[in-house]
Unconditional design. Structure first.
Length: 252
């Protein structure tokens, strides 16, 4: 495997270059703006391409060193692609609502995760000994905790890197990462400030196609890091791929 490749044409087709209305711009993004068209700022993709490439390298290198990546995207159009991309590369995500203290107060969050696991165990065993009312309340708790913490239940500690869609909406997550010295990769639109983002990806953070593209590229970079990590550990990736076929042949 190798770092995922992408072209400027792909970025254009996904609408990555479209910013916000000119009156809603943040002056700190001025250096990344190419111009405007019909009252909409246009981002300079000749800058986005190398910056996105640098961000993907950081993702790959983090996973190659056995690091954990937390995908953050709680806006409606980001929820599904963020969850799918994180699951595809065996990483973690928060796509419902950022809970204050998720990173800075990890001990408290861990207790809530333990409660979720306990409820799962009780209910999967049939909820014996519970009244109908107790069972209903437990199911409600389970749904609430799963929505908030399902994507980080197996994280086991604070992440080594954050990947954020819409740094304006996820400002709390970025502040917490800053406090703990956790680097942030973030898609920054023309109406946001890049402050606190270590690896800026200047781009549209609203278009569904653009969000899907970022998430897919980051997931593929993480998978590349995973194969590098396994290779360094002496795992024969070719053997892993061939094994099922060989076993099937042996059975036949």
């Amino acid at each position: 495997m190798a770092l995922p490749e992408f072209s400027m044409r792909q970025l254009l087709e996904a609408g990555v270059h479209y910013g916000h209305q000119t009156q809603r711009w943040n002056p700190r993004m001025g250096e990344y703006i190419y111009g405007d068209r019909n009252g909409i700022h246009i981002l300079d993709l000749t800058q986005t391409v190398p910056m996105l490439d640098a961000a993907l390298k950081v993702v790959r290198d983090t996973v190659a060193k056995n690091g954990r990546i937390l995908f953050v995207g709680t806006k409606r159009q980001a929820q599904k692609p963020v969850a799918e991309a994180a699951e595809k590369c065996a990483q973690y995500y928060m796509n419902h609502r950022w809970l204050g203290g998720t990173l800075t107060n990890w001990q408290t969050v861990s207790k809530s995760i333990q409660r979720l696991k306990h409820i799962d165990e009780v209910l999967s065993a049939g909820g014996e000994g519970l009244t109908k009312k107790e069972r209903l309340m437990m199911e409600r708790d389970q749904a609430k905790l799963q929505a908030s913490l399902g994507g980080i239940r197996e994280m086991g500690g604070t992440p080594d890197l954050l990947f954020v869609i819409d740094v304006g909406k996820e400002d709390l997550a970025i502040l917490e990462a800053q406090k703990l010295g956790i680097p942030v990769v973030g898609v920054v639109d023309t109406n946001c400030s890049p402050k606190g983002v270590d690896y800026v990806i200047p781009g549209n953070d609203d278009a569904a196609r653009a969000i899907a593209l970022y998430c897919d590229l980051v997931a593929r970079a993480a998978l590349d890091g995973m194969s590098a990590q396994m290779g360094a550990a002496g795992v024969d990736l070719g053997a892993l791929v061939d094994a099922p076929a060989e076993e099937a042949a042996a059975e036949a």
